[in-house]
Design a protein around this ligand. Sequence first.
Ligand code: NAI
Length: 504
Amino acid sequence: MKALAVSDTVAVIGAGTMGAGIAQVAAAAGHPVLLHDAESGAVKRGIERTAAGLRKLVERGRTTAGEVDALLARIRPAADLAALAPARLVIEAIVERLDVKQSVFRELERVCAERTILASNTSSISVTAIAAGLARPGNVVGMHFFNPAPIMKLVEIISGIATDPAVAGCVHATSQAWGKQPVYARSTPGFIVNRIARPFYGESLRMLAEGTAGATTIDTVLRDCGGFRMGPFELMDLIGIDVNFMVTKSVYEAYFQDPKYRPSLIQQEMVNAGYFGRKSGRGFYRYDAQEPAPAIPIVAPQALAGSVTVHGSLGPAEPLATALESRIGATRNGGDGFIHAPGVVVALTDGRTATRRSADESIADLVLFDLALDYGTTPRIVLAAADQASQAARDSAAALFQALGKQVTYVDDTAGMILMRILATLANEAADAVGQGVCTPADADTAMLFGVNYPRGPMDWADSVGLARLDEVLANLGAALGTDRYRASALLRRRVAAQRGFLA
Ligand code: NAI
């Protein structure tokens, strides 16, 4: 599909956080840009913010003063919507209200040429609804940039029911020409990123509520063992707990109160207290005081008193088996995937609590370990012991991983532990989105990699851990915590039956 020509005019409506950034992106690509805002002075302020940001880049030697001047000269203020008539593409980034957006689109349709593409940067409103009632709804498309627009690569290209595929194709190609990483999405609540990311927050809040671990521990585990740049609680503090709560509520309502998306009482209480995160000085962490964040619990060094045998394959944790063989001379034997260390049986979580599994399999001294993105490089291994396990068994399991140079953290024995629970629910949500035709598996991964900087796309990550294993984790999470919330996606079930991955 053909992108816009560089000589085509791009109009941006709304010169706030997003609009000013989008205008910069289009101008940087060489387009003449018209910038309009209903509030007097907003365009001037928007351009000044852009100019200040670009001057910093000049200071750092990333661009030249000449290029910045040329870019800024391409952005011209437009006094009213009628002045946007020459635009080939209009991108709306105004207040997030359907009625206001609809009236702007009606007016645009009146003033713009018949083939002008009308795009909305909405993050939560149905593109189908924005286009409803227009004479040319086929020209309307979602172009969802991420904040800050000049830096974040992802653009979700959203088609409503009436969107002309050629229009979606044109903005996709245009975004690509602007150096962005576009993905196609069908207009559904949360589109791709804001939908697939729900469990990252929702399950973490549940773990906090269930007493699995404190916010600092959950954040540290997801950073250290999961490779996420930020943990869910520090991220909610950054985004604003009120903003995150609002998005959560809107997705929950939009999916007719599907329990998968149910918000948490913890979020609600934080908002009630005015603890919005960084911007209010206090959220899950304190920003208003010198108080250090609570330390993450680490097991003191323990001695490994005896030999270790690895039984069968550890699946995704197989690199641990190899390390145990080479580092401490562990032997291999048959079995269904567990480690026998002095006085303890150690296994990767399958979604059951250690206590449940200990009872099911009649192993008193059972300790489970959590998933890691890369067992070779993770500095930390997370463990949970069955209630029946002795202190000696817990110490011996810790010693096993300490012998590999890992820090060991025990968390409370809850179903699915931390990273395994997050990955299973993220991948399941991605599978649901793909199964419902919202996006392709490859675009689901691209969206999470470039929209929220995940360390690995959830589909690809799920394939590497094994879909049958994740299906089992979800079933066990469901048995422990409620089957509706953890129901496996039809696509996941189907791929498991076919013994195929999401991307294969
Ligand atoms: P903002 O509040 O920073 O800017 C909105 C601007 O639109 C203001 O300058 C306001 O004066 C102007 N405006 C309001 N009504 C208008 C109208 N009828 N005609 C012309 N101008 C009007 O808001 P922000 O954050 O830039 O968001 C804009 C849109 O982008 C919303 O739809 C939002 O959901 C979406 N979005 C926001 C993201 C974010 O992180 N802030 C990320 C992605 C999308």
